[in-house]
Design a protein around this ligand. Structure first.
Ligand code: SR1
Ligand code: MG
Length: 407
């Protein structure tokens, strides 16, 4: 019997004993230091470091209520999907996700590799750090994790088994509400609007029925297109990074959905980083370097995705009908359209909905925040309404330039 045979929410003081009981990670003479480092909306994340050997490990535990709101409750076993998908992504994208040492179904905790020497990408972006290898590495992650789990490549029965395993109704419902519905209808009364932008949002978002129709179409595509095993929440808080290397983590929203959902999330969050650089850079040089990097990276991610998609498709496609002339191009055009639509949805929900991003909320000057939010919403509408014409990286930069001009 151990005190970890029954679920309880751990505190910093419990975690070293827990790790030793489960995986004996540290030496006998270890001097542990434990810190809760989570800054997400859902879970608790502890880092324990042995001050003697320098070895460290991370423990992520699900609580019964969410950090973002005590009123929101979820099953505590949500980490199980995360541990499973990290295993699959580790096979298809070696080195780009952290290693899982254990998933504990009782304590609902994952013990995993500490991504030493990396920092949360959003934290780095808020300091206007740039990451020259990100576009290359994230595009590899996207193509491999998405294409290699799709019907294009996998045996269709095996793929259907994966669809079953990764049914994730509770977390998908959060996304269906927070991303696809509430920013347009606010039926749960929990949208948070920056007051100086209320009139703009009432007219441009709540009042635009054409936009609602596009959001509705994208919502039902999200729910019904079991295309690939998607990460499901691929924003810059789900990436740990340094100048050389990228880790993608936190895939607890994973399920079988449209590929564009992951690609569009990354693009939107780089637009948020651009907005922060535009509003808060302390010199013209800093703005040029940082904002220039954000734009180049958006463009490169889309273009590299297309390039690598074509290579992997030709190498790995198994389905005989998917080899039909013209199908590769058709399939890509669907992915790119959904990518643009998702970019717009993510841009909108972080400005209008409940869950915000620091890139925008930390802009202290109200006029600059108004500008940043309005640019995001203008780009968002363009991306959603005209999504079939976003065919390459440059199209996103054009949308931004157009939104800036309209301001
Ligand atoms: C209630 S959870 C709010 C948001 O945090 C997660 O990271 C997802 O993005 C979710 O939409
Ligand atoms: Mg998360």
């Amino acid at each position: 019997m151990s005190r970890f045979d029954q679920y309880f929410l751990m505190k910093e003081k419990d975690v070293f004993e827990y790790v030793q009981a489960k995986v004996k990670f540290f030496d006998k003479n270890a001097k542990p230091l434990c810190k809760e480092i989570g800054d997400g909306n859902l879970n608790y994340v502890f880092r324990i470091t042995d001050q003697v050997s320098g070895k460290s490990v991370v423990v992520k535990q699900a609580g019964e209520t969410l950090r973002i709101s005590d009123e929101m409750k979820l099953n505590v076993d949500r980490g199980k999907i995360e541990a499973q998908i990290l295993g699959i992504q580790g096979q298809f994208c070696p080195g780009l996700v952290p290693k899982v040492y254990l998933y504990d179904e009782v304590m609902c905790a994952i013990i995993m590799e500490d991504m030493i020497g990396h920092e949360m990408m959003r934290t780095g972006l808020l300091k206007h750090h740039t990451y020259p290898k990100f576009a290359e590495q994230i595009s590899t992650f996207l193509v491999n994790s998405l294409l290699l789990t799709s019907d294009i490549v996998l045996n269709h029965q095996d793929k259907k088994e994966l669809v079953k395993t990764f049914i994730n109704p509770e977390l998908c419902e959060i996304t269906e509400d927070l991303v696809f519905s509430e920013p347009y209808l606010d039926y749960n009364n929990r949208n948070i609007i920056f007051e100086p932008n209320r009139n703009f949002i009432e007219k441009e978002i709540y009042g635009d029925k054409k936009l609602h129709l596009e959001a509705a179409k994208l919502k039902f595509e999200f729910m019904n297109n079991a295309q690939s095993l998607v990460h499901g929440d691929l924003h810059t808080g789900s990436v740990f990074i340094n100048k050389e290397h990228t880790f993608v983590f936190d895939p607890e929203f994973a399920f079988y959905g449209p590929m564009g959902y992951d690609i569009g999330n990354i693009i939107a969050n780089l637009f948020f980083a651009w907005c922060n650089g535009d509003a808060t850079s302390t010199s013209a040089q800093e703005k040029e370097e940082f904002c220039g990097w954000c734009l180049r990276t958006i463009k490169e991610i889309v273009d590299k995705f297309i390039e690598k998609y074509n290579v992997v498709y030709d190498l790995c496609v198994k389905d005989p009908m998917a080899k039909t002339e013209g199908f590769k191009e058709y399939y890509l055009s669907q992915i790119l359209s959904n990518t643009a639509g998702t970019t717009g949805l993510e841009l909108t929900r972080r400005i209008v909905g409940l869950a915000k991003v620091k890139d925008i909320t930390s802009i202290e000057d109200p006029e600059k925040r108004v500008r940043a939010e309005q640019i995001c919403l203008k780009v968002a509408k363009d991306c959603m309404i005209n999504r079939d014409s976003f065919l390459c990286g440059d199209d996103y930069l054009k949308a931004l330039l157009k939104a800036i001009k309209e301001k």
